[in-house]
Design a protein around this ligand. Structure first.
Ligand SMILES: C[S@@+](CC[C@H](N)C(=O)[O-])C[C@H]1O[C@@H](n2cnc3c(N)ncnc32)[C@H](O)[C@@H]1O
Length: 256
């Protein structure tokens, strides 16, 4: 019933304001305060022309057409290794990395417009030329937009944990997402993850340990957890998690 062929049909049982309404799988986000105002609206107007990559859509407004493509060399005007951050939030991590590594290209994938506006404002103030942003559902970006094997590093930091078991199906990191990550990453490319939700950390590790297409960079060390990735700055989200007394779990895998 929910096969890709009939995904333009609304999925029965989903509310019309559920972003999964037209999709074959539930999405990992909800619609929330996406209206741009004030400083962020001004930032969007000033910087979208420079940083926003407009994606051809399928039926939903955060979807990605199957005919879409992303020509990295044409977009950035050069050849460079590409880091993709999924769910970049306010852009703290990716903009810091882009400023520190002008020799690399960075692509932020986020559905939340105010976060993207904030990211573009940070990048614009620093005059960065090696960052672009995409407002779309990440699994579709990995599956339809990015060329197979085109990503050097994939980052998924603090994906929404969807605590309740009846919502676990909405979690981003699961087998189907690993397929999409595998497709997008180059052989030898790295997938870095972090979460403050212990049970989700175990789910991530279980998914990746069971997937022989990925190799744990810290296999056999302290439960297979990675040390904190030095390129991952402490975001406001992480600050809140630490203040609430939660531990942070990092993982790092190489695509074979
Ligand atoms: C908990 S926040 C973490 C943000 C950031 N990584 C940080 O560490 O501060 C998760 C972010 O992922 C975004 N997100 C969730 N599902 C997404 C999806 N399917 N595609 C793109 N972005 C998504 C949300 O909008 C939210 O901004």
């Amino acid at each position: 019933m929910n096969s890709p062929e009939n995904r333009k049909q609304p999925v029965s049982g989903r509310a019309v304001d559920d972003p999964s309404y037209y999709r074959s799988e539930p999405v990992s986000f909800v619609r929330r305060g996406s209206r741009l105002q004030g400083r962020r609206l001004a930032a969007w107007e000033k910087y979208a022309g420079q940083y926003l990559y407009e994606v051809p859509r399928d039926i939903a407004d955060t979807s990605v057409s199957r005919q879409a493509g992303f020509d990295q060399e044409a977009v950035f005007g050069r050849t460079a290794p590409l880091t993709v951050e999924i769910g970049s939030g306010l852009g703290e991590a990716i903009v810091t990395a882009a400023a520190a590594h002008p020799e690399r290209d960075y692509l932020a994938v986020e559905v939340y417009a105010p976060g993207l506006a904030q990211l573009m404002l940070r990048a614009g103030k620093q005059g960065l030329t090696n960052v672009r942003v995409i407002q779309a559902n990440a699994p579709e970006v990995l599956e339809h937009l990015l060329a197979p094997g085109s990503v050097d590093e994939l980052w998924v930091f603090f994906p929404d944990p969807w605590h309740k078991s009846r919502h676990h199906k909405r979690r981003l990191v699961k087998e189907s997402f690993a397929d999409r990550a595998h497709r997008a990453l180059r052989p030898g490319g790295l997938w870095r993850l972090a979460t403050d939700w212990e049970e989700y950390a175990h789910q991530m590790r279980d998914v990746l340990e069971a997937d022989t297409r990925f190799e744990n960079l810290h296999d056999g060390e302290a439960g297979g957890w990675a040390p904190r990735f030095e390129g991952r700055v402490q975001t406001s989200f992480e600050t809140k998690a630490l203040a609430a007394g939660r531990s942070i779990f990092d993982l790092a895998y190489r695509r074979r």
